[in-house]
Design a protein around this ligand. Structure first.
Ligand code: CP
Length: 312
């Protein structure tokens, strides 16, 4: 594996989960592996967990992390080929990626979608341009359509907390005031499809995710029916995919409540808007795994970095 930009880069999710558990039990075991190696974390968008957990993972491997908020702090980067650059962009990705490759042994990038230009977002032009023009491995810290570090984290969190051989996992849409990307939901779907779980998606009509990602996964428009006998309820808002980037529904009846999920464990990637996505009683209960999930971000990122350091 040279790059990690998708859940599809995982060859065997069960062996990756076991390796992450080993790392979690002894996080400093490979502190020499990344000695004198530098990772550059480039953020085109905001972050709390990804920013800190990926740095922590790098430090656990003895790497030197350097972090930059690209939007605002760096020159505006041009991604189109052949553009006459007489507008707002001042530096082409060809130079930017080549230059950063000289400073860093690994580059990690976060770049969200426009949610207005479906074709551009699905081309994954930012992350793919880094893969094309950088000479070092690239890690996605959330791209236009995928959040593979989060998806891997969610897989290990379910594995650690499951009391059944084949638990029932529900991905449920919940309302939100703003248009949000599909990346977290997409990567969660892809991760669950690789695991031995009974997996269903619950969302209102008009909110089906990309069918090329959901494939044969069952989609229910009735949340109550989906939650029946659920062991894990993973909640996320996403904007409409068919009416791309639009907010079609803010129905508070889709908010997650304690009464609805019963004894099922609650998961969310965070940040989460309390009493919009999920009521306080769920987040403040013993059944909430959200803090544990955020902790696992470090160990998922550490395994990805370890594999990249060992193979490049
Ligand atoms: N879950 C997640 O990616 O969190 P941040 O956006 O804070 O990094």
């Amino acid at each position: 594996m040279k790059h990690y930009t998708s859940i599809n880069d995982i060859d065997d999710i069960n062996s990756w989960i076991e390796e992450i558990k080993e790392i979690k039990a002894n996080p400093l075991k490979n502190i020499e592996l990344g000695k004198n190696k530098t990772i550059g974390l480039l953020f085109f968008n905001s972050s709390l967990r990804t920013r800190l957990s990926t740095q922590k993972a790098a430090l656990n491997l003895g790497m030197n992390p350097i972090v930059m908020n690209v939007s605002g702090d760096a020159w505006g980067i041009e991604f189109e080929d052949g553009t006459i650059m007489n507008g707002t962009t001042a530096e082409h990705i060809k130079e930017a990626a080549a230059v950063v490759s000289q400073y860093c042994d690994v580059i990690a990038v976060r770049a969200f979608p426009t949610l207005t230009d479906k074709e551009k977002d699905e081309s994954e032009h930012v992350i793919k341009s880094f893969v094309k023009f950088a000479s070092v491995p690239i890690i996605s810290m959330e791209s236009a359509t995928e959040h593979p570090l989060q998806g891997l984290t969610d897989a290990i969190t379910i594995s650690e907390n499951s009391t059944k051989k084949r638990p029932k996992v529900v991905l449920s849409w919940a309302p939100h005031v703003k248009a949000l990307p599909h990346a977290v939901a997409n990567s969660f779907v892809q991760a669950m499809q690789k695991m031995d779980v009974e997996f269903v998606i619950a969302n209102p009509e008009g909110y089906n995710l990309n069918s090329e990602i959901t494939k044969n996964t069952a989609i229910l428009y009735n949340q109550e029916e989906a939650f029946k006998d659920a062991d894990f309820v993973y909640t996320k808002n996403w904007s409409s995919y068919d009416e791309y980037g639009k907010v079609l529904n803010t129905d508070p009846n889709w908010m997650i409540t304690k009464e609805k999920i019963g004894t099922a464990k609650f998961m969310h990637c965070l940040p989460v808007r309390r009493n919009v996505i999920v009521e306080d009683a769920v987040l403040d209960s013993d059944g909430s795994l959200v803090i544990e999930q955020a902790n696992n971000r470090t160990f998922a990122a550490q395994l990805v970095l370890k594999k990249i350091l060992e193979n490049n």
